[in-house]
Write a protein that binds this ligand. Structure first.
Ligand code: GLN
Ligand code: ZN
Length: 760
């Protein structure tokens, strides 16, 4: 039985790639040193997979930023404005990813979007009129040859043309106009790898698990009929993940690829499809049975039960998706053995694959009995004790617990009167730059190198400076700056019962940004107030309102590794009850505005539209309402989302029943704003007026223009002015400059609004 993985984490066991890339961005290391680091990491990872006995080892799953961007660059899909910078290829690549502001010019980055239902983000390829698709890059081939030179035969991985088209934007050109060029380029890629002697090529086509229209189907067939027409010795693997391919399964079977990768973990219908519609004898079935997204051990008995129902001779055991979404290894952790044995990170999943393969093959005789027995033992016993009191509380929730009173219109009048904010109120999303100093001091405190008092004093100093700065530049609603937080989810998890924390379980979120999701180990409850002291401290420094800052239950769940022994709905309601206690404590301590971030609300939205409400929104939105349903009429509830793609779920967003919502807008188009109008969206909105994912500083003129554009679509009494997202990843200098420009722009527009009618 052969084994493979869809992809392997590239960031390195200790985030070496992040460290090196950021050093390069700062100018501390050379391009050559960075390239070398990449090489070193690839070698380590290939060797690890080899040692673990994985038969088909992927290559080109490595990336300096994002593999979708790699594919765009490979195919010469680089907008002219980036080429005009005339930077080195690597710097052009980073300019596409992060924007560029310097001697060569000033360009914003390509839009970044959520990668399907994960917390990974990809950069959106952009076709324009002058785009001439051709095989322009060599990374794919170089990395294949690099592995080969190390004595490792790999399976080069590249994003497939169907998904590339689905994810891309077309500016001044169309899909039809670009299609033939794309197909030709992919054919060339296949031909080149064929010549180089590759045995397998993996084309990733996750878009196939979504709802497929008749047009999509035709597009898919056109592409794959052409791609598979030429004779070749290299085998083509059409890899899908993140769900089942129910709309196009029959067509997949009909095209001339040599292997099909199917997700048997998230793909609820995958097994049924194979059993009812069959699987052709001339293809290999890459069975994604090891979960690439969660960190729990694979239940071998259950997996073997699935494998039994599949055509044995054609199987290759694989992961459900790339292991990019799980941390590197449990080995680095210090969990007690009883706990650790329940986890499998990327490295351990490799062993699961080879153990499962050996069990299926029955090759190793007695040797295989041991892992099987140990695995069965693990799943026989109850892992955690139930909190009975909490279970009763959750079961006893009624309609009224999920509904804030009075209704929005009535509240908004009271709030307008009590908060007394100017029109176009300015605010930020919460965090201020986490400087080296902040991180270093927190690290010292964690290591007990400084006392609790020293740490507290330090944080209070930071808060005081932050409040003073915000007053100075004239922001209207202040924040305390979130200096005490490492991460918006981890921080809450650490202060709630039921979470476990890893030391090093980092997962790439985008580019060099990694997150360390907490693990929901048991039932969740609040031990003590979490944020109240910080918010209250900041509030007594100023007469302006200070926003309390909380993370919402859906986001806490979605950015954690969830339990698999109870439903995610049940876990979310437990978290909601805990955060509700925090909301009420903030309110009792004089905080008038409370922001409950739901940055990750969309994360677990089913990829198929037809499942959105029933499977997800129908419980996720009420869980958010549960958090704020008991606050007083004058308390203003804000929420924040890190993206603007919710035109399609606007009614659900409105049903969150917040008073204000801020969201990302600067990197995406403004079409959402029209949708807000069309839906008579009631919540006030703060579409981000500048991109915080990039270090560039927007000018006052630029920001004034943006605000005016927003005002064309949004009634002035509903509009808030704020950046896209929290500022913690940014440097202080650019942040201060940007915020100052933002408040200036807001006051200029306000003045214009006041005086213009007079002049007329
Ligand atoms: N309040 C959080 C912050 O500013 C929100 C972050 C986020 O949306 N990802 O950091
Ligand atoms: Zn955000």
């Amino acid at each position: 039985m052969k084994t493979t993985v869809v992809g392997f984490p590239r960031i390195g066991e200790n985030r070496e790639l992040k460290v090196a890339t950021e050093s390069y961005f700062r100018g501390d290391i050379t391009q050559e040193e960075l390239v070398d680091k990449g090489k070193q990491l690839r070698r380590m990872h290939w060797n690890l997979l080899k040692e673990k006995g994985i038969s088909l080892i992927p290559s080109n799953d490595f990336s300096f930023y994002d593999t979708t961007l790699d594919t765009a660059v490979l195919l010469n899909i680089i907008p002219k404005r980036f080429l005009d910078l005339k930077l080195s290829p690597l710097d052009t690549y980073f300019a596409l990813a992060r924007g560029y502001q310097g001697k060569a010019g000033d360009v914003t980055a390509l839009p970044m979007k959520k990668w399907f239902n994960t917390n990974y983000h990809y950069l959106t390829p952009e076709f324009e009129e002058t785009t001439e698709v051709k095989v322009a890059g060599t990374k794919l081939f170089d990395e294949y040859l690099e592995a080969k030179a190390l004595g490792i035969e790999t399976k080069p991985v590249v994003l497939g043309p169907f998904t590339l088209i689905k994810l891309a934007t077309f500016n001044g050109t169309t899909e039809e106009a670009q299609l033939q060029g794309l197909i030709t380029a992919y054919k060339e890629i296949i031909a080149t790898l064929n010549e180089l002697g590759a045995q397998w090529i993996q084309l990733d086509e996750p878009s196939l698990v979504k709802d497929i229209s008749e047009e999509d189907r035709e597009l898919f067939l056109t592409i794959y009929q052409e791609l598979t027409a030429d004779s070749r010795t290299v085998k083509l693997l059409l890899q899908t993940y993140f769900g089942d391919v129910r709309d196009i399964y029959a067509d997949l079977l009909a095209v001339g690829v040599d292997g099909i990768g199917l997700d048997l973990v998230e793909g609820k219908k995958t097994l049924e499809l194979i059993k009812t519609l069959g699987f052709p004898q001339n293809k290999q079935l890459f069975a994604g049975v090891v979960n690439g997204k969660n960190i729990w051990r694979n239940d071998y008995r259950q997996t073997l039960g699935i494998l039994e129902q599949l055509p044995q001779e054609q199987l290759v055991l694989s992961t459900s998706c790339s292991l990019l979404h799980v941390p590197f290894s449990v080995e680095q952790e210090v969990f007690p053995e009883e706990t650790a044995q329940h986890f499998a990170f990327a490295k351990e999943k490799l062993s699961e694959l080879t153990e499962l393969a050996a069990i299926v093959d029955q090759t190793a005789g007695a040797l295989i009995n041991e892992p099987l027995a140990a695995n069965q033992q693990l799943f026989r016993s109850e892992r955690v004790l139930e909190n009975k009191k909490l279970a009763r509380k959750v079961a006893g929730l009624t309609e009224a617990d999920f509904q804030r009173q009075p209704a929005f219109e009535e509240r908004s009048i009271v709030q307008k009167y009590t908060l007394d904010l100017p029109i176009l109120p300015t605010t930020t999303i919460g965090s201020f730059p986490q400087t080296r100093e902040v991180k270093a001091t927190r690290a010292k405190f964690k290591k007990a190198a400084i006392s609790k008092e020293t740490y507290q004093e330090f944080l209070e100093g930071k808060i005081a400076d932050c409040v003073a700065f915000q007053e100075e530049i004239g922001l209207d609603v202040l924040v305390h700056g979130e200096f005490e937080r490492n991460d918006m989810v981890e921080y809450f998890g650490e202060n709630l019962e039921g979470f476990l924390f890893s030391k090093n379980a980092w997962v790439q979120s985008y580019g060099t940004r990694c997150v360390k999701p907490p693990i929901i180990w048991g039932d969740v409850s609040r031990k003590r107030p979490i944020t109240v002291a910080w918010s209250a401290f900041a509030q007594q420094l100023t007469n302006k309102p200070v926003k309390g800052m909380l993370t919402g239950p859906v986001t806490i769940l979605n950015w954690s590794f969830p339990r698999e022994d109870i439903s995610i709905k049940e876990s979310t309601l437990q978290i909601a009850l805990a955060i509700q206690e925090e909301v009420l404590d903030l309110e009792a301590n004089g905080i008038k505005i409370i922001q409950i971030d739901e940055a990750a609300l969309r994360e677990k939205l089913p990829l198929r539209r037809s499942d959105w409400y029933q499977e997800y929104l129908d419980w996720a939105i009420p869980a958010f309402r549960l958090v704020h349903s008991k606050v007083a009429v004058q308390t203003q509830i804000h929420t924040h989302m890190c993206y603007s793609e919710f035109a399609d779920i606007l009614p659900a967003i409105d049903q969150m029943d917040a008073d204000v919502i801020s969201f990302e807008a600067s990197r995406s188009n403004l079409s959402l704003l029209e949708a807000l109008n069309a839906h008579h969206f009631q919540t006030a909105v703060g579409p981000g007026v500048y991109d915080i994912h990039s270090p560039r500083v927007p000018s006052v003129v630029e920001l004034t223009t943006t605000i005016k554009t927003l005002l064309e679509k949004i009634p002035v009494e509903k509009l808030w002015i704020n950046p896209d997202c929290g500022l913690k990843t940014r440097g202080e200098k650019e942040t201060f400059a940007s915020l100052e420009n933002m408040t200036q722009a807001a006051s200029q527009v306000r003045e214009a609004l006041v005086y213009e009618p007079v002049r007329e």
